[in-house]
Design a protein around this ligand. Structure first.
Ligand code: ADP
Ligand code: ASP
Ligand code: MG
Length: 592
């Protein structure tokens, strides 16, 4: 019999009427001949209310007790929805994460799913019941209750769909699908009919709160098509699948991470192993770091800046201060009044002009860019939090994301065959479900680096630099702009094909002179080493493994950029092969 997983978010079970409505929807699906597993979140804002309650008792509630408290929200809603189904004359059984057998690690508040038992669920389903599965929770080896992180019911739903090999996974929410950006911030945002796992993974991890990013990791890893749709209507919503709708469209969505904080470590001795010292301490606290930028100053000392979620700011700062002392850094500075605005698109990797369009739009609005990082499929800028919503809207307009594109939609090829399903089932038995998997490790020896130092900290500089570079017909790959040092100027680095280095340096010199920058330097041969896989940023250990493997071989890191699907590091061109071997050995145990 076909099996369908339906997930209802907090607003979709916020009161008795909505609970009855959700119950009717599940009954209908069952009457249409499906076995039905419903995953529900806590009612309305009840998780927020529980957090608030804890805060009224103490500023620092123990993480274990916090999970004990928060998991009650979902327990209330599964019981009520099961009662609703009974009242409508049908059979339902509610189950907690522990009763289902959702085993997680012990990272309270951000636990990762290791395995899910299916036998008990199958028995309950075969007896004709609708299962009400409590979202967002699991149990560790010692029977402690754990939660998966805010918004984690999505991850429960997609994980259940994966292990049960469900025919459909429907996410019912208060919007009718995935939009080009958050429609609450940018009202003209447009719903898309389809988006790829990679784009959604990136958007979700960069702030698109419509889906928990780890749910998309499951979707991609176990080939679960996800249908995001409205709990208020019967209209189809957005399909999240492997293939993008328009592979050539450079930008398919934009996102904002409002609650971001920056930390900078100044005067770090530029020797292998210093990044490792700093980031391993942060990773040990399970904090994911983004926008890592490091630049070597003239004195041979480096400045390292990065961002962390505001929620983790205090813990990250504490870890960094300890590490800074150890590595002999001169200063640590921070700013918790910043936000990250990003654009995402699979087509961006093959097109020029995307970065300068974004920078130009921000410049024309007088918005200062504090930091820049890019990857193959995204560009992120750090701006003042007060300007961030305006920045998001401006960027959305710059790429005309509100307009329906005129290019044709690539037809969807349905991919899961019987053998795929068998392969997935086998894989599920042998791995920790949310464990790290790496698909590829590669070396690109064809690029060169150009850096402009003493870049003034005023709006419009990045736009002018990349317009000049683009006018010279140069194809830029990575872009990183450091946070301005205490002196008030930044370093802007980018990589270009080696063949275009002379031209690039000439263009950079011209613009550096016009903008009164300090100097242009370059590395004629660099090696870009890349590790690709799923959920690389949320697995805080990936960058650390890379740093450790390279540091052990005495290889210094020049530039770093991260996305959910790929981490790139740039090292000296002569060290490329050696670096590649180090990385292959370091990730051998998690290669797919
Ligand atoms: P639920 O309680 O159903 O899990 P959430 O509040 O977690 O719902 O997610 C839905 C909300 O996500 C929407 O109301 C919308 O404001 C927000 N959102 C953010 N980015 C996007 C986006 N790109 N597309 C759609 N909704 C988005
Ligand atoms: N109730 C949890 C939260 O509010 C999980 C969820 O809604 O997905 O974060
Ligand atoms: Mg949600």
């Amino acid at each position: 019999m076909p099996l369908i997983v339906q997930k209802f978010g907090g607003t979709s079970v916020a009161n008795p009427e909505k609970i009855l409505k959700a119950a009717r929807r599940a009954i209908r699906a069952q009457q249409e001949g499906n076995q039905v597993v419903m995953v529900v979140s806590a009612m309305g804002h009840s998780t927020d209310e529980l957090i608030d309650l804890a805060r009224q008792i103490t500023d620092k509630p123990p993480a274990r007790e916090m999970d004990m408290l928060l998991s009650t929200g979902e327990q209330v809603s599964v019981a009520l929805v099961a009662m609703a189904i009974h009242s409508l004359g049908h059979k339902a059984v509610s189950m907690t994460g522990a009763q289902i057998g959702i085993k997680t690690d012990t990272t309270h508040g951000k636990a990762r799913i290791k395995s899910i038992e299916t036998a008990r669920m199958k028995k309950v389903l075969d007896a004709g019941n609708i299962i009400l599965a409590a979202g967002f929770q699991g149990i560790d080896e010692d029977f402690n209750l754990t939660t998966l992180g805010r918004g984690g019911s999505d991850t429960t739903a997609v994980a259940l769909a994966a292990v049960l090999r469900a025919d459909a996974c429907e996410i019912y929410t208060d919007v009718d699908g995935v939009y080009t950006t958050d429609p609450r911030v940018v009202p003209e945002a447009r719903r898309v009919s389809r988006i790829s796992y990679d784009e959604m993974l990136e958007l979700a991890s960069l702030g698109a709160g419509v889906m928990h990013s780890r749910s998309i990791e499951f979707g991609k890893k176990f080939d679960v098509p996800i249908h995001v749709r409205s709990s208020f209507t019967d209209q189809p919503g957005t399909m999240i699948v492997a293939e993008p709708e328009r592979p050539d469209q450079p930008v398919s969505g934009a996102a904002i991470t409002k609650d971001e904080a920056r930390i900078s470590v100044q005067g770090v001795p530029d020797v292998p192993g210093t990044s490792l010292e700093i980031f391993s301490r942060i990773a040990a606290k399970n904090i994911s770091v983004d926008m890592i930028v490091q630049n070597v100053g003239e004195s041979g000392k480096a400045d390292i800046s990065f961002t962390v979620p505001q929620l983790d700011f205090d813990a990250a700062l504490e870890a960094v201060q300890e590490a800074a002392k150890l590595v002999g850094a001169t200063d640590v500075s921070s700013d918790s009044n910043v936000a990250k605005v990003s654009v995402v698109g699979l087509g961006m990797a093959r097109q020029t002009g995307v970065a300068e369009k974004m920078f130009r739009a921000l410049a024309d609005a007088g918005i200062n860019i504090q930091m820049i990082t890019t990857s193959e499929i995204k560009i992120s800028v750090l701006v003042d939090r007060d300007q961030s919503q305006q920045a998001l809207r401006i960027v959305h307009q710059a790429f005309a994301l509100e307009k329906v594109p005129t290019t044709p939609i690539k037809p969807l090829e349905r991919h899961t065959s019987a053998t795929d399903a068998a392969a997935v089932a086998e894989r599920l038995q042998n791995i920790s479900m949310e464990g790290l998997t790496i698909d590829d490790i590669s070396l690109d020896p064809t690029q060169a680096r150009v850096s402009i130092s003493g870049v003034p900290n005023t709006p419009g500089i990045a736009a002018k630099v990349f317009e000049e570079i683009a006018a010279a017909g140069i194809f830029v790959d990575m872009i990183v702009q450091s946070h301005p040092s205490t002196g008030g100027s930044a370093v802007l680095s980018f990589t270009v094909p080696q063949k275009q280095l002379t031209q690039s340096v000439a263009a950079a010199q011209k613009i550096a002179k016009a903008l009164h920058c300090k100097a242009v330097t370059s590395s004629p041969i660099i090696a870009k080493l890349s590790v690709s896989g799923v959920g690389l940023r949320t697995h805080t250990g990936v960058a650390i493994r890379m740093f450790r493997a390279l540091a052990e071989a005495g290889i210094n890191l020049d530039l770093i950029n991260t996305s959910e699907v790929r981490v790139n590091v740039v090292v000296d061109g002569l060290q490329g092969e050696k670096g590649m071997k180090q990385l292959q050995a370091a990730f051998a145990d998690v290669m797919r």
